[in-house]
Design a protein around this ligand. Structure first.
Ligand code: AMP
Ligand code: MG
Length: 536
Protein backbone atom coordinates (compact mmCIF):
# COMPACT_ATOMS: atom_id res chain seq x y z
CA UNK A 1 0.00 0.00 0.00
CA UNK A 2 1.26 3.49 -0.81
CA UNK A 3 1.32 4.63 2.76
CA UNK A 4 3.37 1.68 3.95
CA UNK A 5 6.02 2.57 1.42
CA UNK A 6 5.78 6.16 2.50
CA UNK A 7 6.07 5.62 6.24
CA UNK A 8 9.81 4.94 6.39
CA UNK A 9 10.23 8.24 4.57
CA UNK A 10 8.79 9.83 7.71
CA UNK A 11 12.25 9.43 9.13
CA UNK A 12 13.68 11.49 6.34
CA UNK A 13 11.32 14.43 6.75
CA UNK A 14 10.41 13.64 10.31
CA UNK A 15 11.48 13.03 8.15
CA UNK A 16 40.17 40.05 36.92
CA UNK A 17 38.64 42.91 37.46
CA UNK A 18 35.53 42.27 39.37
CA UNK A 19 32.46 44.39 38.89
CA UNK A 20 32.64 45.24 42.52
CA UNK A 21 36.30 44.60 43.22
CA UNK A 22 38.99 46.37 41.25
CA UNK A 23 36.70 48.82 39.54
CA UNK A 24 35.50 49.96 42.88
CA UNK A 25 31.81 50.46 42.22
CA UNK A 26 30.42 48.47 45.09
CA UNK A 27 31.63 47.32 48.44
CA UNK A 28 33.39 43.97 48.58
CA UNK A 29 31.17 41.05 47.60
CA UNK A 30 28.94 39.75 50.28
CA UNK A 31 30.94 37.31 52.35
CA UNK A 32 27.82 35.46 53.39
CA UNK A 33 26.95 34.41 49.88
CA UNK A 34 24.88 31.24 50.28
CA UNK A 35 26.41 27.89 49.60
CA UNK A 36 25.00 26.06 46.59
CA UNK A 37 21.87 24.22 47.52
CA UNK A 38 21.04 26.53 50.42
CA UNK A 39 18.03 28.76 49.84
CA UNK A 40 18.70 32.38 50.64
CA UNK A 41 15.70 34.10 52.14
CA UNK A 42 15.74 36.88 49.59
CA UNK A 43 16.91 37.22 46.04
CA UNK A 44 19.87 39.54 45.45
CA UNK A 45 18.72 43.03 44.51
CA UNK A 46 22.25 44.26 43.88
CA UNK A 47 25.00 42.60 41.94
CA UNK A 48 27.47 43.34 44.73
CA UNK A 49 25.84 40.52 46.65
CA UNK A 50 26.09 38.14 43.75
CA UNK A 51 28.99 36.25 42.17
CA UNK A 52 29.98 33.88 39.42
CA UNK A 53 32.79 31.39 39.30
CA UNK A 54 34.91 30.25 36.39
CA UNK A 55 36.99 27.85 38.51
CA UNK A 56 35.08 24.71 37.54
CA UNK A 57 35.91 25.41 33.89
CA UNK A 58 39.46 26.64 34.40
CA UNK A 59 40.76 24.10 36.92
CA UNK A 60 40.28 20.84 35.01
CA UNK A 61 41.93 21.90 31.74
CA UNK A 62 45.02 23.56 30.41
CA UNK A 63 44.12 27.07 29.26
CA UNK A 64 45.41 28.75 26.10
CA UNK A 65 48.95 29.91 26.89
CA UNK A 66 48.52 33.08 24.82
CA UNK A 67 46.37 35.71 26.47
CA UNK A 68 46.57 38.43 23.83
CA UNK A 69 43.41 38.81 21.84
CA UNK A 70 44.20 38.16 18.19
CA UNK A 71 42.84 35.63 15.71
CA UNK A 72 44.94 32.49 15.60
CA UNK A 73 44.96 28.75 15.46
CA UNK A 74 44.72 27.59 19.05
CA UNK A 75 45.97 24.24 20.35
CA UNK A 76 46.22 22.18 23.53
CA UNK A 77 43.41 23.82 25.47
CA UNK A 78 39.64 23.98 25.82
CA UNK A 79 39.36 27.70 26.55
CA UNK A 80 41.17 30.95 25.91
CA UNK A 81 40.92 33.70 28.49
CA UNK A 82 39.58 36.79 26.75
CA UNK A 83 37.61 39.79 27.97
CA UNK A 84 34.51 41.21 26.30
CA UNK A 85 34.96 44.42 24.32
CA UNK A 86 32.46 46.97 25.61
CA UNK A 87 30.48 49.03 23.14
CA UNK A 88 31.71 52.57 22.61
CA UNK A 89 28.27 54.12 22.56
CA UNK A 90 25.31 54.24 24.89
CA UNK A 91 23.69 50.89 25.69
CA UNK A 92 20.11 50.20 26.70
CA UNK A 93 18.49 47.23 28.35
CA UNK A 94 15.44 46.46 26.21
CA UNK A 95 14.20 43.10 27.45
CA UNK A 96 14.71 40.68 30.31
CA UNK A 97 13.34 37.30 31.22
CA UNK A 98 12.09 37.75 34.75
CA UNK A 99 11.83 34.00 35.14
CA UNK A 100 15.53 33.56 34.37
CA UNK A 101 16.53 36.41 36.68
CA UNK A 102 14.44 35.23 39.60
CA UNK A 103 14.33 31.49 39.27
CA UNK A 104 17.68 30.67 37.75
CA UNK A 105 19.94 33.53 38.78
CA UNK A 106 18.36 34.25 42.19
CA UNK A 107 18.18 37.95 41.31
CA UNK A 108 15.40 40.26 42.34
CA UNK A 109 13.84 41.75 39.18
CA UNK A 110 14.48 45.22 40.55
CA UNK A 111 18.13 44.61 39.68
CA UNK A 112 17.29 45.37 36.05
CA UNK A 113 16.98 49.05 36.93
CA UNK A 114 20.56 49.33 38.14
CA UNK A 115 23.47 50.63 36.12
CA UNK A 116 25.63 47.77 37.42
CA UNK A 117 23.29 45.28 35.83
CA UNK A 118 23.32 47.14 32.52
CA UNK A 119 27.11 47.20 32.52
CA UNK A 120 27.25 43.54 33.47
CA UNK A 121 24.93 42.32 30.71
CA UNK A 122 26.60 44.52 28.12
CA UNK A 123 30.07 43.14 28.88
CA UNK A 124 31.38 46.44 30.25
CA UNK A 125 32.03 45.06 33.73
CA UNK A 126 33.21 41.69 34.83
CA UNK A 127 31.36 40.32 37.80
CA UNK A 128 33.11 39.05 40.91
CA UNK A 129 34.56 35.59 40.36
CA UNK A 130 34.29 35.68 36.59
CA UNK A 131 37.18 34.97 34.25
CA UNK A 132 35.71 35.39 30.75
CA UNK A 133 36.51 32.56 28.37
CA UNK A 134 36.13 31.75 24.72
CA UNK A 135 35.72 28.07 23.95
CA UNK A 136 37.81 26.36 21.29
CA UNK A 137 35.71 24.05 19.11
CA UNK A 138 35.52 22.88 15.53
CA UNK A 139 32.75 21.42 13.47
CA UNK A 140 31.30 19.96 10.32
CA UNK A 141 29.50 22.72 8.47
CA UNK A 142 27.10 21.77 5.68
CA UNK A 143 28.64 18.30 5.56
CA UNK A 144 32.36 19.18 5.49
CA UNK A 145 34.99 19.52 8.18
CA UNK A 146 35.46 23.25 8.73
CA UNK A 147 38.42 23.14 11.14
CA UNK A 148 38.66 25.53 14.06
CA UNK A 149 35.55 27.61 14.72
CA UNK A 150 35.12 28.43 18.42
CA UNK A 151 33.37 31.23 20.28
CA UNK A 152 34.06 34.01 17.84
CA UNK A 153 31.65 36.48 19.37
CA UNK A 154 30.64 34.91 22.66
CA UNK A 155 32.21 35.06 26.11
CA UNK A 156 31.53 32.40 28.71
CA UNK A 157 31.57 34.69 31.70
CA UNK A 158 31.22 32.08 34.41
CA UNK A 159 29.12 29.51 36.19
CA UNK A 160 26.30 30.34 38.57
CA UNK A 161 25.18 27.69 41.03
CA UNK A 162 21.75 28.68 42.22
CA UNK A 163 19.80 28.02 45.39
CA UNK A 164 18.40 24.81 43.93
CA UNK A 165 21.97 23.61 43.43
CA UNK A 166 21.67 23.92 39.63
CA UNK A 167 24.84 24.86 37.76
CA UNK A 168 24.32 27.28 34.88
CA UNK A 169 26.93 28.57 32.44
CA UNK A 170 26.43 32.22 31.46
CA UNK A 171 27.44 33.50 28.08
CA UNK A 172 27.36 36.91 26.47
CA UNK A 173 26.77 36.75 22.72
CA UNK A 174 27.83 39.67 20.55
CA UNK A 175 30.38 40.86 23.09
CA UNK A 176 33.42 41.33 20.89
CA UNK A 177 36.28 39.59 19.16
CA UNK A 178 38.14 36.55 20.47
CA UNK A 179 40.96 34.39 19.11
CA UNK A 180 38.20 32.47 17.30
CA UNK A 181 36.64 35.40 15.45
CA UNK A 182 38.23 34.46 12.09
CA UNK A 183 37.04 37.22 9.74
CA UNK A 184 34.14 38.27 11.94
CA UNK A 185 33.73 41.46 13.94
CA UNK A 186 32.71 39.70 17.16
CA UNK A 187 29.32 41.38 17.11
CA UNK A 188 25.68 40.37 16.73
CA UNK A 189 23.09 42.71 15.28
CA UNK A 190 19.82 43.66 16.92
CA UNK A 191 17.55 41.63 14.60
CA UNK A 192 19.31 38.32 15.24
CA UNK A 193 19.60 39.05 18.95
CA UNK A 194 15.86 39.78 19.24
CA UNK A 195 15.18 36.49 17.46
CA UNK A 196 17.52 34.50 19.73
CA UNK A 197 16.16 36.14 22.88
CA UNK A 198 12.55 35.44 21.94
CA UNK A 199 12.96 31.98 20.48
CA UNK A 200 15.07 30.46 23.22
CA UNK A 201 12.52 31.58 25.78
CA UNK A 202 9.61 30.45 23.57
CA UNK A 203 11.13 27.00 23.12
CA UNK A 204 11.56 26.64 26.87
CA UNK A 205 7.87 27.33 27.44
CA UNK A 206 6.96 24.86 24.68
CA UNK A 207 8.78 22.29 26.80
CA UNK A 208 11.62 21.83 24.32
CA UNK A 209 15.14 21.51 25.75
CA UNK A 210 16.97 24.76 25.01
CA UNK A 211 19.41 27.38 26.18
CA UNK A 212 17.72 30.30 27.95
CA UNK A 213 18.00 34.05 27.52
CA UNK A 214 18.24 36.43 30.49
CA UNK A 215 18.55 39.82 28.83
CA UNK A 216 18.85 41.77 25.63
CA UNK A 217 20.73 45.03 25.33
CA UNK A 218 21.14 47.26 22.30
CA UNK A 219 23.90 49.74 21.59
CA UNK A 220 24.29 52.60 19.15
CA UNK A 221 27.52 51.10 17.81
CA UNK A 222 27.52 50.59 14.06
CA UNK A 223 27.69 47.03 12.85
CA UNK A 224 27.81 46.54 9.10
CA UNK A 225 26.03 43.59 7.54
CA UNK A 226 25.19 42.41 4.03
CA UNK A 227 21.96 40.84 5.22
CA UNK A 228 21.12 38.92 2.06
CA UNK A 229 24.64 38.57 0.67
CA UNK A 230 23.71 40.64 -2.38
CA UNK A 231 26.20 43.45 -1.98
CA UNK A 232 23.74 45.66 -0.13
CA UNK A 233 25.78 46.37 2.99
CA UNK A 234 23.84 48.27 5.62
CA UNK A 235 24.54 49.83 8.97
CA UNK A 236 22.85 48.03 11.85
CA UNK A 237 23.22 48.22 15.60
CA UNK A 238 25.18 45.88 17.84
CA UNK A 239 23.29 44.01 20.56
CA UNK A 240 24.13 41.45 23.24
CA UNK A 241 22.08 38.60 24.63
CA UNK A 242 23.02 37.13 28.00
CA UNK A 243 22.23 33.48 27.48
CA UNK A 244 22.44 30.45 29.75
CA UNK A 245 22.82 26.72 29.41
CA UNK A 246 23.74 23.93 31.76
CA UNK A 247 26.63 23.40 29.34
CA UNK A 248 27.69 24.97 26.05
CA UNK A 249 29.79 22.00 24.91
CA UNK A 250 28.96 20.81 21.42
CA UNK A 251 29.82 17.87 19.19
CA UNK A 252 32.47 20.16 17.69
CA UNK A 253 34.05 20.57 21.16
CA UNK A 254 35.18 16.94 20.96
CA UNK A 255 35.75 16.81 17.22
CA UNK A 256 38.49 19.41 17.24
CA UNK A 257 40.50 17.47 19.82
CA UNK A 258 40.35 14.24 17.83
CA UNK A 259 41.17 16.05 14.60
CA UNK A 260 44.26 17.59 16.14
CA UNK A 261 45.32 14.37 17.88
CA UNK A 262 44.92 15.81 21.39
CA UNK A 263 43.59 12.56 22.80
CA UNK A 264 44.57 13.14 26.41
CA UNK A 265 42.58 16.37 26.41
CA UNK A 266 39.72 14.62 24.62
CA UNK A 267 39.54 12.10 27.45
CA UNK A 268 39.72 14.81 30.10
CA UNK A 269 36.97 16.85 28.50
CA UNK A 270 34.74 13.83 28.09
CA UNK A 271 35.27 12.77 31.69
CA UNK A 272 34.47 16.29 32.82
CA UNK A 273 31.24 16.40 30.78
CA UNK A 274 30.15 12.98 32.01
CA UNK A 275 30.93 13.81 35.63
CA UNK A 276 29.16 17.17 35.54
CA UNK A 277 26.19 16.42 33.31
CA UNK A 278 25.54 12.68 33.10
CA UNK A 279 25.09 11.69 36.75
CA UNK A 280 23.68 8.28 35.89
CA UNK A 281 27.01 7.22 34.32
CA UNK A 282 29.59 5.91 36.79
CA UNK A 283 33.05 7.40 36.32
CA UNK A 284 34.69 4.04 37.01
CA UNK A 285 32.60 2.29 34.37
CA UNK A 286 34.90 1.20 31.53
CA UNK A 287 31.94 1.57 29.16
CA UNK A 288 31.26 5.17 30.21
CA UNK A 289 32.01 6.67 26.78
CA UNK A 290 29.69 4.17 25.20
CA UNK A 291 26.97 5.02 27.72
CA UNK A 292 27.56 8.70 27.03
CA UNK A 293 27.25 8.12 23.30
CA UNK A 294 24.08 6.09 23.75
CA UNK A 295 22.50 8.90 25.81
CA UNK A 296 23.45 11.59 23.29
CA UNK A 297 22.03 9.46 20.47
CA UNK A 298 18.66 8.97 22.14
CA UNK A 299 18.41 12.53 23.48
CA UNK A 300 19.29 14.03 20.10
CA UNK A 301 16.59 11.88 18.49
CA UNK A 302 14.21 13.09 21.18
CA UNK A 303 15.13 16.74 20.60
CA UNK A 304 14.64 16.56 16.85
CA UNK A 305 11.31 14.75 17.27
CA UNK A 306 10.27 17.61 19.56
CA UNK A 307 11.38 20.21 17.00
CA UNK A 308 9.27 18.40 14.41
CA UNK A 309 6.27 18.30 16.72
CA UNK A 310 6.10 22.10 16.63
CA UNK A 311 7.35 22.54 13.05
CA UNK A 312 10.68 24.07 14.13
CA UNK A 313 13.57 24.15 11.69
CA UNK A 314 16.89 25.09 13.29
CA UNK A 315 18.37 26.32 10.02
CA UNK A 316 22.06 25.58 10.64
CA UNK A 317 22.37 21.99 11.86
CA UNK A 318 26.18 21.93 11.83
CA UNK A 319 27.98 19.79 14.41
CA UNK A 320 29.22 22.97 16.10
CA UNK A 321 25.59 23.91 16.74
CA UNK A 322 24.59 20.51 18.16
CA UNK A 323 24.79 20.40 21.94
CA UNK A 324 26.23 17.40 23.79
CA UNK A 325 23.40 17.88 26.28
CA UNK A 326 20.93 17.69 23.39
CA UNK A 327 19.44 21.11 23.95
CA UNK A 328 18.63 23.61 21.20
CA UNK A 329 21.49 26.10 20.94
CA UNK A 330 22.79 28.84 18.64
CA UNK A 331 19.59 30.28 17.27
CA UNK A 332 20.28 31.78 13.86
CA UNK A 333 18.13 31.59 10.74
CA UNK A 334 15.58 29.28 12.38
CA UNK A 335 11.92 29.18 11.43
CA UNK A 336 8.59 27.67 12.37
CA UNK A 337 6.59 26.34 9.44
CA UNK A 338 3.39 28.23 8.70
CA UNK A 339 1.98 25.29 6.80
CA UNK A 340 3.46 21.89 6.31
CA UNK A 341 6.16 21.58 3.70
CA UNK A 342 8.92 19.01 4.12
CA UNK A 343 11.06 21.20 1.87
CA UNK A 344 10.76 24.19 4.18
CA UNK A 345 14.16 25.90 4.51
CA UNK A 346 14.20 28.84 6.91
CA UNK A 347 17.73 29.90 5.94
CA UNK A 348 17.95 31.58 2.53
CA UNK A 349 21.74 31.09 2.61
CA UNK A 350 21.18 27.31 2.49
CA UNK A 351 21.18 27.06 -1.32
CA UNK A 352 21.33 23.28 -1.41
CA UNK A 353 18.44 22.97 1.06
CA UNK A 354 20.66 20.74 3.16
CA UNK A 355 18.95 21.71 6.39
CA UNK A 356 15.36 21.74 5.18
CA UNK A 357 12.96 20.68 7.89
CA UNK A 358 12.43 17.28 6.31
CA UNK A 359 16.16 16.56 6.56
CA UNK A 360 16.60 17.33 10.24
CA UNK A 361 16.26 13.77 11.49
CA UNK A 362 18.79 12.44 8.99
CA UNK A 363 21.13 15.38 9.63
CA UNK A 364 20.93 14.45 13.31
CA UNK A 365 22.14 10.98 12.35
CA UNK A 366 24.99 12.45 10.32
CA UNK A 367 26.04 14.65 13.24
CA UNK A 368 25.95 11.71 15.64
CA UNK A 369 28.13 9.73 13.23
CA UNK A 370 30.64 12.61 13.48
CA UNK A 371 30.40 12.41 17.26
CA UNK A 372 31.16 8.71 17.05
CA UNK A 373 34.15 9.44 14.83
CA UNK A 374 35.41 11.84 17.48
CA UNK A 375 34.99 9.23 20.23
CA UNK A 376 36.51 6.35 18.28
CA UNK A 377 40.10 6.70 19.50
CA UNK A 378 38.82 6.18 23.05
CA UNK A 379 36.82 3.02 22.28
CA UNK A 380 38.17 -0.49 22.01
CA UNK A 381 37.12 -2.64 19.01
CA UNK A 382 34.20 -4.21 20.87
CA UNK A 383 32.95 -0.84 22.06
CA UNK A 384 33.33 0.55 18.56
CA UNK A 385 31.12 -2.19 17.25
CA UNK A 386 28.53 -1.60 19.97
CA UNK A 387 28.60 2.13 19.27
CA UNK A 388 27.82 1.48 15.60
CA UNK A 389 24.87 -0.65 16.69
CA UNK A 390 23.66 2.13 18.97
CA UNK A 391 23.80 4.54 16.05
CA UNK A 392 21.81 2.10 13.94
CA UNK A 393 19.06 2.27 16.56
CA UNK A 394 18.72 6.03 16.13
CA UNK A 395 16.11 5.86 13.36
CA UNK A 396 13.81 3.58 15.27
CA UNK A 397 14.18 5.60 18.43
CA UNK A 398 13.48 8.83 16.59
CA UNK A 399 10.44 7.42 14.91
CA UNK A 400 8.97 6.02 18.11
CA UNK A 401 9.41 9.39 19.91
CA UNK A 402 7.92 11.19 16.94
CA UNK A 403 4.91 8.87 16.92
CA UNK A 404 4.46 9.19 20.66
CA UNK A 405 4.44 13.00 20.43
CA UNK A 406 1.93 13.06 17.61
CA UNK A 407 -0.31 10.55 19.34
CA UNK A 408 -0.41 12.87 22.32
CA UNK A 409 -1.14 15.82 20.04
CA UNK A 410 -4.08 13.92 18.58
CA UNK A 411 -5.33 12.86 22.00
CA UNK A 412 -4.90 9.15 21.30
CA UNK A 413 -4.64 6.82 24.26
CA UNK A 414 -3.34 3.25 24.29
CA UNK A 415 -1.96 1.36 21.32
CA UNK A 416 -3.47 0.73 17.93
CA UNK A 417 -1.70 -0.78 14.95
CA UNK A 418 -3.11 1.87 12.63
CA UNK A 419 -1.90 4.87 14.66
CA UNK A 420 1.16 5.35 12.47
CA UNK A 421 -1.03 5.49 9.44
CA UNK A 422 -3.44 7.94 11.03
CA UNK A 423 -0.55 10.28 11.88
CA UNK A 424 1.19 9.86 8.55
CA UNK A 425 -2.03 10.52 6.66
CA UNK A 426 -2.68 13.66 8.67
CA UNK A 427 0.82 15.01 8.22
CA UNK A 428 1.03 14.20 4.57
CA UNK A 429 -2.25 15.81 3.70
CA UNK A 430 -3.41 18.24 6.31
CA UNK A 431 -0.60 19.97 8.08
CA UNK A 432 -1.97 23.43 7.36
CA UNK A 433 -4.51 22.92 10.07
CA UNK A 434 -6.57 26.03 9.45
CA UNK A 435 -7.47 24.75 6.01
CA UNK A 436 -8.03 21.24 7.28
CA UNK A 437 -11.73 21.14 6.50
CA UNK A 438 -11.22 22.14 2.89
CA UNK A 439 -9.13 19.15 1.91
CA UNK A 440 -10.78 16.51 -0.25
CA UNK A 441 -9.55 13.67 1.97
CA UNK A 442 -10.50 15.36 5.22
CA UNK A 443 -13.76 13.50 5.80
CA UNK A 444 -12.00 10.19 5.17
CA UNK A 445 -9.37 11.05 7.75
CA UNK A 446 -11.95 12.28 10.27
CA UNK A 447 -13.91 9.05 9.96
CA UNK A 448 -10.78 7.08 10.80
CA UNK A 449 -9.93 9.48 13.60
CA UNK A 450 -13.37 9.29 15.22
CA UNK A 451 -13.28 5.52 15.04
CA UNK A 452 -9.89 5.54 16.72
CA UNK A 453 -11.07 7.89 19.47
CA UNK A 454 -13.77 5.36 20.34
CA UNK A 455 -11.01 3.00 21.42
CA UNK A 456 -9.63 5.54 23.96
CA UNK A 457 -10.47 3.78 27.22
CA UNK A 458 -12.18 5.88 29.90
CA UNK A 459 -11.90 9.05 27.82
CA UNK A 460 -14.37 11.83 27.06
CA UNK A 461 -14.35 14.79 24.68
CA UNK A 462 -13.81 17.15 27.60
CA UNK A 463 -10.90 15.16 28.99
CA UNK A 464 -9.36 14.81 25.54
CA UNK A 465 -9.77 18.51 24.76
CA UNK A 466 -8.04 19.40 28.02
CA UNK A 467 -5.17 17.05 27.21
CA UNK A 468 -4.84 18.26 23.65
CA UNK A 469 -4.82 21.94 24.50
CA UNK A 470 -1.86 21.39 26.78
CA UNK A 471 0.26 19.91 24.00
CA UNK A 472 -0.86 21.81 20.90
CA UNK A 473 0.39 25.39 21.20
CA UNK A 474 -1.94 28.19 20.24
CA UNK A 475 1.03 30.52 19.76
CA UNK A 476 4.46 29.84 18.31
CA UNK A 477 7.07 32.39 17.26
CA UNK A 478 6.12 32.55 13.60
CA UNK A 479 8.55 34.36 11.37
CA UNK A 480 6.20 37.24 10.76
CA UNK A 481 5.80 37.78 14.50
CA UNK A 482 9.55 37.89 15.07
CA UNK A 483 9.91 40.15 12.01
CA UNK A 484 7.23 42.53 13.23
CA UNK A 485 8.98 42.78 16.62
CA UNK A 486 12.34 43.34 14.90
CA UNK A 487 11.00 46.07 12.63
CA UNK A 488 9.62 47.95 15.63
CA UNK A 489 12.81 47.33 17.62
CA UNK A 490 14.81 48.90 14.80
CA UNK A 491 12.71 52.02 15.41
CA UNK A 492 13.39 51.81 19.16
CA UNK A 493 9.96 50.45 19.96
CA UNK A 494 10.51 47.31 22.00
CA UNK A 495 6.89 46.84 22.95
CA UNK A 496 6.35 43.87 20.66
CA UNK A 497 9.53 42.14 21.84
CA UNK A 498 8.14 42.46 25.34
CA UNK A 499 4.63 41.43 24.34
CA UNK A 500 5.92 38.32 22.59
CA UNK A 501 8.14 37.48 25.53
CA UNK A 502 5.06 37.57 27.75
CA UNK A 503 2.68 35.78 25.39
CA UNK A 504 5.09 32.98 24.54
CA UNK A 505 5.43 32.14 28.23
CA UNK A 506 1.95 30.62 27.95
CA UNK A 507 1.85 29.19 24.43
CA UNK A 508 -1.02 26.85 25.23
CA UNK A 509 -3.33 29.45 26.77
CA UNK A 510 -5.61 31.78 24.87
CA UNK A 511 -4.60 35.35 25.69
CA UNK A 512 -6.52 38.49 24.78
CA UNK A 513 -3.47 40.59 23.90
CA UNK A 514 -2.21 37.80 21.66
CA UNK A 515 -5.56 37.41 19.93
CA UNK A 516 -5.70 41.17 19.31
CA UNK A 517 -2.23 40.99 17.77
CA UNK A 518 -3.40 38.19 15.46
CA UNK A 519 -0.87 35.67 16.76
CA UNK A 520 -3.22 32.72 16.33
CA UNK A 521 -4.28 33.66 12.81
CA UNK A 522 -2.87 32.93 9.39
CA UNK A 523 0.29 34.95 8.76
CA UNK A 524 -0.49 38.32 7.17
CA UNK A 525 -0.03 38.68 3.42
CA UNK A 526 3.02 40.94 3.79
CA UNK A 527 4.88 38.09 5.48
CA UNK A 528 4.55 35.60 2.62
CA UNK A 529 8.02 36.09 1.23
CA UNK A 530 9.96 36.90 4.38
CA UNK A 531 13.53 35.69 4.30
CA UNK A 532 16.08 35.00 6.99
CA UNK A 533 19.73 34.55 6.16
CA UNK A 534 22.83 33.37 8.00
CA UNK A 535 23.94 36.98 8.39
CA UNK A 536 23.58 37.90 12.00
P1 AMP B 1 26.99 30.50 14.01
O1 AMP B 1 26.59 30.24 12.61
O2 AMP B 1 26.47 31.80 14.56
O3 AMP B 1 26.72 29.36 14.92
O4 AMP B 1 28.57 30.73 13.96
C1 AMP B 1 29.50 29.85 13.34
C2 AMP B 1 30.89 30.28 13.71
O5 AMP B 1 31.15 31.59 13.23
C3 AMP B 1 31.15 30.34 15.20
O6 AMP B 1 32.49 29.97 15.39
C4 AMP B 1 30.92 31.79 15.52
O7 AMP B 1 31.58 32.20 16.68
C5 AMP B 1 31.48 32.46 14.29
N1 AMP B 1 30.87 33.78 14.05
C6 AMP B 1 29.64 34.04 13.56
N2 AMP B 1 29.44 35.37 13.46
C7 AMP B 1 30.57 35.97 13.91
C8 AMP B 1 30.99 37.32 14.05
N3 AMP B 1 30.21 38.34 13.71
N4 AMP B 1 32.22 37.55 14.53
C9 AMP B 1 33.02 36.54 14.89
N5 AMP B 1 32.70 35.24 14.76
C10 AMP B 1 31.49 34.95 14.28
MG1 MG C 1 27.17 28.37 16.32
Amino acid sequence: MWWRRWLPACLAWGCVAALCGSRGLCPAPNASRPEPGQCPRRRAAELCAWALSSDSLLDPFPVDVIQENYVRNVRNCIFSIVYPTPFKSRVRLVAVSEDVLENILDLDVSVKGSSDFLEFVSGAKVIFGSVPLAHRYGGHQFGSWAGQLGDGRAHLIGVYTNRHGERWELQLKGSGKTPYSRNGDGRAVLRSSVREFLCSEAMHYLGIPTSRAASLIVSDDDVWRDQFYNGNIKKERGAIVLRLAKSWFRIGSLEILTHSGELDLLRRLLDFIIQEHFPSIAMNDSNRYLEFFSTVVSETANLIAMWMSVGFAHGVCNTDNFSLLSITIDYGPFGFMDSYDPNFVPNTSDDERKYKIGNQASVGLFNLSKLLQALKPLLDPRQNQLASQILEGYGEYYYSRFTELFKTKLGLLGENENDNFLIAFLLKEFWALQDLGKHKLFSEWVTMYLLRLNSNKGDSDTKRRTRMTTVNPRYILRNWMAESAVQKANLNDFSEVQLLEQVLQHPFQRQEAAERAGYSLHPPAWAKHLKVSCSS
